[in-house]
Design a protein around this ligand. Structure first.
Ligand code: NAI
Ligand code: PYR
Ligand code: MG
Length: 581
């Protein structure tokens, strides 16, 4: 591909860098790109457009002469110009309500995304810590809530209940020949905001922006998808501006038939693509995962990505307590929320405990208490979802069906960990201030959306970690893609989570830091991706990717696998355009 980066190990470090200026011969002399378009068609294509940075020779070659102002700017000048306008916007909106500021920032970024993808993704990669909250949680929640009003131009694909029987041909309407990564939602549980119908497409768009920024997936090869089967959100159904199907959600077999058809259409056109299910309400999250996970290369981010991040955080909390990792098997875990995320976390924690206990031959106890909106889940409850029933408390030995007597009484944890993982910020269970005040300075805190650290006085800091599946899903998807895995196994997910857990040093852990800085997300993703590739190879699931076969993958050392993953990450640079029309 024209902007793909060549295979030189000296480049790898730079490719993972989030802030270094362009360097090295391959960055300055990129391979030319053959373009089938001319003139305005090029300026209107965000993939090829360089705005004022088209050199004069290219303007001649591509029929652009006279279509742009005469001054030729460098990429660096364009970059600086954009950053300056972004900073001015921040200055000019100071004091305005948070939602106004957040949407203004999202708009300016979205306009750049629509116009010039190279500049957009470079800005995003270099400033990921500042900009992730704008393109992802919390602002993406606000964008989804207001999507119909904010809509200016489509992005991604919209499959609906009315498209039954048509999807196999519709899929060919997507203009790109190759798609590597698809994020799909049915809009039924968008963050903690509930059913937002078609407006949920903002989530796949935000997740795929992170795939490009963190995993270096080529933006031409990503596809955000909404499957619109209606909505049960009365407010949206009554809203004249609402852009989705104005009908109640399909249920049962009718629903499943639509999703089946979509999956088959995707598989027919792009059999190697990885499909990430995102923000499906719980019943469909689990059902689709079970239905598709051995047939397609897919995973559910809310169930599996979230679980891996939470597990990495929980293992970090054990280290912070100064205990050996094996002590995880005796930790008590209380989960508030018996949904796809909460049950996903518990399932993975249980699996990890079983692995640890199997090594020593010890017997495990039920260490889990789970609550939903009606209180503690016990075996006395009627109509429990089977996934939840696995964690219901009974009356047998070690089964204390009481939260305070069982989980909380005489807790002697030197460092209790509180993870307020709900999104967006407005839905967080508590703030870091609450935790350090009420639980104590030794508490360990993590949240789904970003919070600022808390000053505890005496120069001490209470760390507000971000426990978000963004630390894992890009590496899971990238690792699955580059291994050519037939499907995504528990071992591949486990490997990704363990890799994330091992990223933090003992010094950081002691301070209460559980996750690396968001600014190092490309580094993290390369390593997580490599761990996932190696796990796929170990399980004999890897069929190889492009010219790299399973044998070659199997012969790579750990560091060679990281290098392999890193050099396959796309990095935004302008390439010379050569016309072929
Ligand atoms: N930090 C992260 O990476 C992730 C965060 N999340 C967030 O987690 C939250 C839950 O997601 P899902 O489990 O997929 O949702 P879900 O809709 O499947 O489940 C929500 C659960 O919370 C329970 N609940 C509601 N109010 C409650 C209350 N006051 N006390 C106790 N339980 C209560 C409900 O009964 C239900 O069991 C959402 O806000 C979502 O944005 C989800 C995935 C990843
Ligand atoms: C982070 C995420 O996936 C969620 O809140 O649903
Ligand atoms: Mg989600």
């Amino acid at each position: 591909m024209w902007r793909s980066v060549a295979r030189r190990s000296s480049q790898v470090r730079r490719l993972l860098s989030t802030s270094a200026p362009p360097a090295g011969p391959l960055a300055t002399v990129p391979a030319p790109c053959i373009v089938q378009k001319r003139g305005n068609d090029i300026l209107n294509d965000p993939w090829y457009n360089k705005d004022t940075a088209f050199p004069l020779t290219e303007r001649d070659r591509l029929g652009l002469r006279g279509l742009l102002p005469p001054r030729v700017m460098s990429f660096e000048q364009q970059y600086e110009r954009f950053i300056n306008s972004y900073r001015s916007l921040e200055k000019n909106t100071r004091g305005e309500p948070d939602s106004i500021v957040a949407l203004a920032k999202w708009r300016i970024l979205n306009r750049l995304h629509d116009r010039n993808e190279t500049l957009y993704f470079r800005v995003l990669i270099d400033n990921i810590k500042d900009l992730a909250p704008v393109i992802y949680t919390p602002t993406v929640g606000l964008v989804c809530e207001n999507y119909s009003g904010l809509f200016r131009r489509p992005r991604g694909m919209y499959f609906t209940a009315k498209d039954k029987g048509e999807m196999m041909s519709m899929i060919y309407n997507w203009p790109q020949e190759k798609v590597d990564m698809i994020v799909v939602t049915d809009g039924s549980r968008i963050l903690g905001l509930g059913d937002l119908g078609v407006q949920g497409i903002g989530i796949p768009i935000g997740k795929l922006d992170l795939y490009v920024a963190a995993a270096g997936i080529n933006p031409q090869k990503v596809l955000p998808v909404i499957i619109d089967v209606g909505t049960n959100n009365e407010k949206l159904l009554e809203d004249n501006l609402y852009l989705g199907l104005r009908q109640p959600r399909l249920e049962g077999e009718e629903y499943m038939a639509v999703v089946d058809e979509f999956m088959e259409a995707v598989h027919a056109r792009w059999p190697q693509a990885v499909v990430q299910f995102e923000d499906f309400q719980m019943k469909w999250a689990f059902e689709t995962l079970e239905r598709y996970r051995n047939r397609f290369c897919m995973f559910n981010d809310d169930v599996q990505g979230t679980a891996g991040v939470a597990l990495a955080g929980l293992l970090g909390a054990v280290r912070a307590q100064g205990r050996p990792l094996h002590d995880f098997t005796s930790q008590k875990i209380v989960v508030a929320g018996a949904g796809s995320a909460g049950i996903g976390v518990l399932s993975m924690a249980k699996q990890e405990m079983s692995r640890m206990l199997a090594k020593t031959g010890e017997e495990g106890h039920n260490q889990f208490w789970v609550l939903d909106k009606n209180g503690l889940i016990t075996k006395d409850r009627k109509d429990l979802d089977p996934a939840v029933a696995n964690f219901a408390r009974g009356h047998g030995p070690n089964e204390i069906p009481d939260l305070h007597e069982g989980a909380m009484k005489e807790s002697d944890s030197p460092r209790p960990a509180i993870f307020a993982m709900s999104n967006p910020t407005t839905k967080a269970e508590c703030t870091p201030e609450d935790v350090f005040k009420h639980v104590g300075e030794n508490a360990i805190f993590a949240s789904g959306s970003p919070f600022s650290n808390v000053s505890l006085g005496n120069g001490k800091t209470g760390y507000a970690n971000q426990a978000n599946n963004m630390y894992l899903f890009p590496g899971i998807g990238l690792g699955a893609l580059l291994s050519g895995a037939r499907h995504i196994s528990d071992d591949m997910l486990q490997a990704g989570a363990e890799c994330l857990a091992s990223y933090i040093t003992d010094d950081e852990i002691q301070k209460g830091i559980l996750f690396p800085e968001v600014s190092s997300i490309r580094h993290i993703t390369a390593r997580v991706g490599a761990a996932v590739v190696r796990a796929a190879v170990a399980e004999d699931l890897a069929e190889g990717c492009r010219t790299v076969g399973p044998k070659e993958l199997g012969s790579m050392s750990e560091s060679q696998t990281v290098e392999y993953v890193a050099r396959n990450m796309w990095y935004p640079i302008y390439s010379p355009l050569v016309n072929n029309k």
